[in-house]
Design a binder for this molecule. Sequence first.
Ligand SMILES: NC(=O)c1ccc[n+]([C@@H]2O[C@H](COP(=O)([O-])OP(=O)(O)OC[C@H]3O[C@@H](n4cnc5c(N)ncnc54)[C@H](OP(=O)(O)O)[C@@H]3O)[C@@H](O)[C@H]2O)c1
Length: 339
Amino acid sequence: MPVKAKKWILAHQFDGVPKDSDLELVEEELPELQDGQILLEAEALSVDPYMRAFASRSLKEGECMMGTQVGKVVESKDPQYPVGTTIVANVGWRTHAILRADQERQGVGGMPTVMPATPAPGLPVSVNLGVLGMPGATAYFGLLELCQPKAGEVVVVSAAAGAVGSLVGQIAKIKGCTVIGYAGTDEKCKWIKEELGFDHAINYKTRDVAESLKEAAPNGVDCYFDNVGGDFLRAVMQQMNKYGRIALCGSISEYNDSIDSPRSGVPTFPMIPNELRMEGFLVSRWLSRWPEAFKEMATWIKEGKLKYRETTTKGFENMREAFYGMLRGDNTGKAVVNV
Ligand SMILES: NC(=O)c1ccc[n+]([C@@H]2O[C@H](COP(=O)([O-])OP(=O)(O)OC[C@H]3O[C@@H](n4cnc5c(N)ncnc54)[C@H](OP(=O)(O)O)[C@@H]3O)[C@@H](O)[C@H]2O)c1
């Protein structure tokens, strides 16, 4: 029986804040399976900031929106992936996808098409898109490998109540650091301070970043995990200590800039007298080591040392709203869509 599937396509290239007309929901009839192929049915899909940053660079108008989902094999002509297997797949915003599990893919960061789901008894499968998925690996390796925080040091993280930032702050606490998180609402600040154990939580929409940071870190900052870029990065750079480390993870404050808006440069001078190290990264750099991160984080979850949260939207037809909402800051923790 041919399957009627739904997918979201990039109808118009994003320019500035995304508009409803930029993404369109369409139906398609899928062909019969060929040998070696599987039919995947989505259970939960991820909406991530990189989609805003990379869609216009990687997709042509009319192509399926990029993204990762966790789903079940519902038909199979590949004995290695029998019906019922749960997998994480980079197949875009689709309810159903026909694919070969061994297919190479050169998407953002060259992520593979299919990855095994991490067994996590008692947790929803959507954790494969969050704490035990790409954002979890981002927090773990970006912080531990690039910032190399030591006990007693001061760590700052922006977008601190989001998927990556909420984990970065908690991992830094586990490593014995003093953690300062910036988020965009008082409710988010309350969550990261009272429930996640951050030492300071500051609403960057109501407080000046430079001024509030001088108060929270009178002796300066050793590590900055930057999810935001732009003015935020400039403000934190001025307060870095000698030999400070900055991990450039994302620059969400700039993703909605219009295509030809001028970019303001980051001042490099503070880097010289303070001998700072600043490094950008893609989490795919450590792809072969992701299971190591998931194993340790799953243990921390079980021990109650690491908490995660998901902001869930119900319904594939609401993907666009979930995505735009995440860009606006509607989510606390990981933004996911349950089909
Ligand atoms: N390098 C990599 O391999 C890699 C991998 C994954 C993610 N990332 C990057 O990491 C960052 C966080 O990603 P995520 O998945 O964890 O997203 P997220 O934090 O769960 O969601 C995005 C959050 O960004 C905040 N935000 C939006 N506009 C902002 C602005 N102008 N200034 C400050 N904050 C703003 C919003 O929270 P508020 O309410 O706090 O404003 C929003 O909830 C993004 O920049 C993303 O591109 C990089």
